[in-house]
Design a protein around this ligand. Sequence first.
Ligand code: INI
Length: 150
Amino acid sequence: MNQRKLQSLKVGIICSRFNEFVVNALLDGARRNLAKHGVKEKNIEVFWVPGAYEIPVMARLMAVSQKYDALVALGAVIRGETAHFDYVAGPCADGIMQVQLETLVPIGFGVLTVENVEQAAERSRADDTNKGYEAADVAIEMVSTMRRWR
Ligand code: INI
């Protein structure tokens, strides 16, 4: 995608507040990647929801609004802290996939599903391995690929 198209790209980011310190680091990563691509700050909108379980419904609302070229979902589900890990992580991932398939708005999946806080920290470092950074990268690539197909 050329620079002018990237600058006008509208990106919505859904963040979940559970394990907020991790998600803030993922958000920093996503913003860094979007800035690297030249996406304008004013074209990025961030909405917070309580937990990863709530991400799909917000993502769907945003996707059907047709205000965004791409979405990025950021969250942290940590098994060590919950007995209902599987009831949160699975539906979150499945729900996000369902929104993508139904709306054809690409959604970068930056929801960590990890065993413990150490693994979460490892995946949210301030470098290019940050999963928020990667999810934003994938979202942009998918916009480009899907536009080329069209
Ligand atoms: N939500 C998360 O995003 N991460 C978690 O690790 C988590 N744990 O541990 O339970 C979590 N639970 C909350 C869930 O996402 C919903 O907000 C809640 O069940 C209310 O619907």
